[in-house]
Design a protein around this ligand. Structure first.
Ligand code: OMP
Length: 234
């Protein structure tokens, strides 16, 4: 069964821990991202580990190989379970990250951010992009060749990634919304049901749960949608 990751995109440690206490064991991993890590630092990771939580440190590393390797070693020392780098860092950076992890932390390469549309990608890369999925596949294959354990993509690309890369690659999909839910700043969104049906291993579900008036009820709906996707995949 696919696992659920909830990002602690919260302004501080107190808000983050309140959310963890509220959702508890209904969530498989808690994600510490740029906002919370910048505010709270490694202390928040320590507090989550102390509570027995699995931690996804989402730093989306992108820098020269030596710098990224050092950051991967530092994250591994915090005993986080998952860590992100950007696939666009290229071969030398990805290989340095994989080597530095030494199997102590599972690395995920972000392919094309779920907030990106094909038009935005074309603007940044300065060439026409007709098929975002093809770009995601290309970057995903590159990261896997460099020894990266898994990939972050939208659910729109996950079936193609699974078909191209096989069962070993860990596939993680953010940009998840319950049917009819607000997209906010995301572009390539999908329901939990679709992500699971198409082969995602982990779903990152933030505001669909954390911004809901009743978070526990939203969590229940997300879990129900994931189960429907698992049933459809059988
Ligand atoms: O690496 C990520 O987790 C990530 C990659 C990506 O392409 N898109 C994306 O939204 N994310 C993260 O997933 C979470 C999505 O949050 P919601 O849009 O609120 O569900 C945020 O914490 C983002 O930082």
């Amino acid at each position: 069964m696919a696992e659920l990751i909830v990002p602690l995109d919260q302004p501080g440690i107190d808000d983050a821990l309140r959310l963890v206490d509220e959702l508890g064991d209904g969530v498989d991993f808690y994600k510490v991202g740029l906002e919370l890590f910048t505010r709270a630092g490694p202390e928040v990771v320590r507090l989550l580990k102390e509570r027995g939580r699995k931690v996804f440190l989402d730093l989306k590393l992108l820098d020269i190989p030596n710098t990224v390797a050092g950051a991967v070693r530092a994250a591994a020392a915090l005993e986080v379970d998952l860590l992100t780098v950007h696939a666009t860092g290229g071969t030398a950076m990805l290989e340095a990250a994989a080597q530095a992890s030494a199997g102590r932390v599972r690395l995920l390469a972000v392919t094309v951010l779920t907030s990106f549309s094909s038009d935005e990608l074309a603007e940044v890369w300065s060439r026409p992009v007709d098929d975002v999925a093809a770009e995601v596949e290309r970057l995903g294959a590159l990261a896997r060749r460099c020894g990266i354990d898994g990939l972050v993509s939208s659910a729109h690309e996950v079936a193609a990634l699974r078909a191209a890369l096989g069962p070993e690659a860990i596939l993680v999909t953010p940009g998840i919304r319950l049917a009819g839910g607000a997209a906010h700043d995301q572009t390539r969104i999908a329901t939990p049901e679709r992500a699971v049906r198409d082969g995602a291993d982990h779903l990152v579900v933030g505001r669909a749960i954390t911004a809901a008036a009743d978070r526990r009820e939203a969590l229940r709906q997300v879990r129900a949608s994931m189960r429907a996707g698992a049933g459809a995949a059988e």
